[in-house]
Design a protein around this ligand. Structure first.
Ligand SMILES: Cc1cc2nc3c(=O)[nH]c(=O)nc-3n(C[C@H](O)[C@H](O)[C@H](O)COP(=O)(O)O)c2cc1C
Length: 185
């Protein structure tokens, strides 16, 4: 699959087989991720790989923080939180370094890390994997950040749920660029 085909056919897929993803394949995705552009070459991305029991530990963290936030939450709601990370055999959490020097802009670091995530998604698609970039409340959960080894002020920009697709993948049909584009000539 060439680069343009990967770009045009990639899509978010949440329905994944439980089959494990071999480590060399994951390493290839990470190697693709770090080809992203990054200003001042600060390599601001941090990847935290969760698989096997690591996902169960993450589920415990999510359930505990949910219980803390909603003390009267029913057991079923806690169980739902606990099961969230089990939706994929692998989760790749992506954190962003805070700038260490005044010349480095935090927004640029976030942009670079996001570019790395897109590289990773495209590489996964090209290798026959499926993935979904997730964030939501979890991305702002201080307990989850702590579990992942990120500091409270570090951005957690992605939880990439990754695996092999459980069903056949349909065609992509996205709006075009025209209504988001202005030509100044
Ligand atoms: C920063 C970011 C955060 C996202 N967070 C979520 C999320 O929490 N849950 C979800 O279902 N999809 C999430 N998505 C995926 C988008 O919903 C998805 O890209 C969009 O529906 C378009 O579908 P496509 O990726 O197949 O083109 C996120 C995407 C981005 C870029």
């Amino acid at each position: 699959m060439d680069a343009l085909e990967a770009i045009f056919t990639r899509q978010s897929i949440g329905d994944l087989k439980p089959d494990p993803v071999p480590r060399p394949v994951i390493e290839k995705l990470l190697a693709a991720a770090v080809q992203a552009p990054n200003h001042y070459k600060v390599r601001p991305w941090r990847f935290i790989l969760l698989s096997g029991a690591g996902r169960e530990r993450m589920g415990e963290v999510l359930a505990e923080s949910f219980a803390e936030k909603f003390p009267n939450a029913p057991a079923s709601a806690l169980e739902k939180e606990r099961a969230k990370p089990l939706r994929a055999p692998v989760i790749i959490a992506v954190g962003v370094d805070k700038p260490a020097e005044p010349k480095v802009d935090e927004v640029e670091n976030i942009c670079a890390a996001a570019a790395a995530v897109q590289n990773l998604l495209l590489a996964a698609h090209a290798l026959g994997l499926a993935a979904k970039w997730r964030t939501g409340e979890d991305a702002h959960n201080p307990r989850l950040k702590e579990f992942l080894g990120l500091s409270p002020d570090q951005h957690l920009i992605a939880l990439v749920y990754l695996g092999y697709p459980a069903a056949e993948i349909g065609a992509v049909n996205r709006p075009g660029f025209e209504d988001r584009t202005r030509w100044i000539e």
